[in-house]
Design a protein around this ligand. Structure first.
Ligand code: ADP
Length: 304
């Protein structure tokens, strides 16, 4: 059982030739709207990988909120702890996608930012009964800490995806985290070490461990993922594919991992290999949610 505490955002992708100048009125080439948000992507990935998955989050009493709720229920993610808030907009991301592939993103946190410790307390039972709890930084820090406290007390494995990147993560949260999963940029912002070769990954992981997290996975895009536990470290190569859209590469990796991991991490390297395969399939399709594969697709691709 996986629980995701996280964001629900409607993504509007604005297809433009180039960024407008201040004061300019400019035509767009196209607009596409789709359900997203790191929390939603990770939950759908975990569910498609076969885990019973529950969501803790919030939406507004608006069309975007309805879109996000149906995105979760279409994938049979439990939405009992998704609070509908009146008078506040559902989270939204505006992705300015230029012709050359460059992204500039504006986010209105909306209801995601209105979650409180009371909402976490209301979901205590579902957290206590989970195997794994995942969160990111698109909901308030206080909710992450409150949820991880409940999880730790109940022996639930906690996974922190420190995204969007943040420099000063509270020590309390680090101490409550079993596995931290940053990408290269997020790792660099926390540790001040540029992620290049394996030695730099070990050095970064050492710092993350010194901050109180026992287990570290650094995802390094098309290269794959590095891991370091108290028992040692290793690298799991990515699968070579033709990537068309890397949106949700990290999210599908994390959701898949949460669904596959043994509680004692005995199968960590193999679970990472399965996650690499999950993400390699996700980056070959357009969009976030539509391209996240099912367990069957992943294991068929692995030849199992
Ligand atoms: P994020 O999306 O958070 O930036 P990464 O770019 O590190 O995360 O990607 C996460 C994982 O997705 C990688 O560890 C890898 O398994 C997979 N992945 C990402 N990009 C590619 C790619 N171009 N080809 C194959 N796998 C990829």
């Amino acid at each position: 059982k996986v629980v995701v505490l996280g964001s629900l955002n409607v993504d509007s992708i604005l297809h433009i030739n180039h960024l407008p100048k201040q004061g300019e009125t400019m035509a767009m080439n196209d607009t596409t709207v789709a359900p997203g948000g790191k929390g939603a992507n990770q939950a759908v990935a975990a569910k498609r990988m076969g885990a019973q998955t529950s969501f803790i989050g919030a939406v507004g009493d608006d069309q975007n909120g309805a879109m996000m709720l149906s995105a979760l229920t279409n994938d049979q993610v439990d939405t009992k702890h998704v609070t509908v808030m009146n008078g506040i907009s559902t989270g939204a991301a505006y992705i300015l996608l230029e012709e050359d592939g460059n992204n500039t993103i504006l986010i209105n946190g909306g209801t995601n930012q209105q979650l409180t410790e009371a909402h976490i307390e209301a979901a205590r039972e579902v957290i206590e009964n989970a195997d794994v709890l995942i969160t990111q930084f698109e909901t308030p820090m206080a909710t992450a800490i409150a949820a991880f406290k409940i999880a730790k007390d109940a022996g639930v494995l906690t996974i922190l995806n420190p995204a969007p990147a943040a420099a000063n993560i509270p020590g309390e949260l680090m101490m409550l985290t079993d596995i931290i999963i940053p990408n290269e940029t997020e790792s660099e912002i926390i540790t001040d070490i540029e992620v290049t070769d394996e030695a730099s990954m070990v050095a970064s992981a050492n710092i993350l461990q010194s901050l109180g997290v026992e287990n570290v996975i650094i995802t390094v895009g098309a290269r794959g993922a590095f891991y370091q536990t108290t028992k040692g470290h290793g690298f799991v190569d990515a699968f070579k594919v033709n990537a068309v859209d890397t949106t949700a590469a990290g999210d599908s990796f994390i959701g898949s991992l949460a669904a596959n991991l043994d509680h004692d991490l005995a199968n960590l390297a193999e679970a990472i290999r399965v996650s690499n395969k999950t993400s390699s399939l996700a980056v070959q399709g357009a969009g976030a949610l539509p391209s996240i594969p099912t367990r069957e697709q992943v294991f068929t691709a692995l030849g199992k």
